[in-house]
Design a protein around this ligand. Structure first.
Ligand SMILES: [Zn+2]
Ligand SMILES: [Zn+2]
Length: 84
């Protein structure tokens, strides 16, 4: 009997997880509504102090943790500056 209860809670947890994944993937398909959430250190060099934006989707709560086009540009520009 206890096995059955454990099975059910495991299944419920799985359904929960799948439902969250579905929400997130549907949102990504139509395009997340990414809004600026703040900034973080670009971490591109030795204390260069570059900062990059962090965006969060207003619908599914997906966060890019600074993994965005702006961050790529910022790091590239910083590398150019330090190479010059
Ligand atoms: Zn989203
Ligand atoms: Zn930098």
């Amino acid at each position: 009997m206890t096995d059955l209860v454990a099975d059910i809670s495991a299944a419920e947890a799985r359904v929960d997880q799948l439902r969250r994944q579905l929400t997130a993937s549907t949102c990504r398909e139509v395009g997340c509504d990414m809004q600026s959430y703040g900034g973080m250190n670009a971490g591109c060099g030795d204390g260069c102090g570059c900062s990059i934006p962090v965006n969060v989707c207003t619908r599914c709560g997906d966060c890019d943790y600074g993994d965005n086009a702006r961050a790529v540009t910022t790091r590239a520009e910083c590398a150019e500056r330090s190479a010059a």
